[in-house]
Design a binder for this molecule. Sequence first.
Ligand code: ATP
Length: 263
Amino acid sequence: MLKIERASVYFKTDQGRIVHALDQVSLDIPEKGFVVALGASGCGKSTLLNAIAGFLPLSEGAITLNGRSVSAPGSDRGVVFQKDTLFPWKNVTDNVALGLKFAGVSKAERTRRCEALLDLVGLSDFARAFPYELSGGMRQRVGIARALAADPDTLLMDEPFGALDSMTREQMQELLVTVWKQTGKRVFFITHSVEEALFLGTQVIVMSPRPGRIVARYNLDFVQRFAETGDARAIKTSSDFNDLREDIRTLLHGGQDARSAAE
Ligand SMILES: Nc1ncnc2c1ncn2[C@@H]1O[C@H](COP(=O)(O)OP(=O)(O)OP(=O)(O)O)[C@@H](O)[C@H]1O
């Protein structure tokens, strides 16, 4: 279990002002769970993800992964950002394998794992290509493969498809469901798209404007339905999907009244 217990974060700005970014957030993400966070810009989503990644300390509260306290980055958590962070001078295989090389994994094992991961993300034919030769979607596929290279327990994804065109974005969502199903990873995913959240999440959390707290939680089975049927269009045009999308849009745009009603 990934357990976040009453997590709060206060930042001190360069001018000495205190910014209360995250307020008493509690969340359990079970094994194979796929939790998606939605909320207005600045509500603390990335702060929460960065705390889970071990990039920044909590001011209050605790995060544990399978009983161990999270206080620094570790190979049990793989991270994918909106902007790809690939090394332009390294080819796809070397980008995916870099962390493994630092970890002392043998060349033969690195090659074996890279081949399997590139197959998983549909990039087997691009193993020797350089990042400049790839589209935005392909670069994010490399990012996903790289995040999976050390076989982490949990994938942390901060708006990974936010910069992609809508058709590529839908393809990437479907690819991610396949990756998630095949690897059984736990996922924490941030997006601004209500549709993306509903399609991917086994649980969607909605956060309030700063200080960020969770104001609504929805347990969903759209992603399971997609995994079983492969028919994304049928799911995204279904009445229960559309009704929920409108409810959440109202919650996000409806101000304090709607948020209170959801609690
Ligand atoms: N290092 C920092 N120092 C001071 N304030 C910070 C720092 N990092 C984040 N903040 C502030 O904390 C709040 C939450 O930021 P965060 O990036 O977590 O929001 P977000 O929900 O991910 O936003 P977006 O959707 O725009 O990416 C914001 O008001 C931001 O300005």
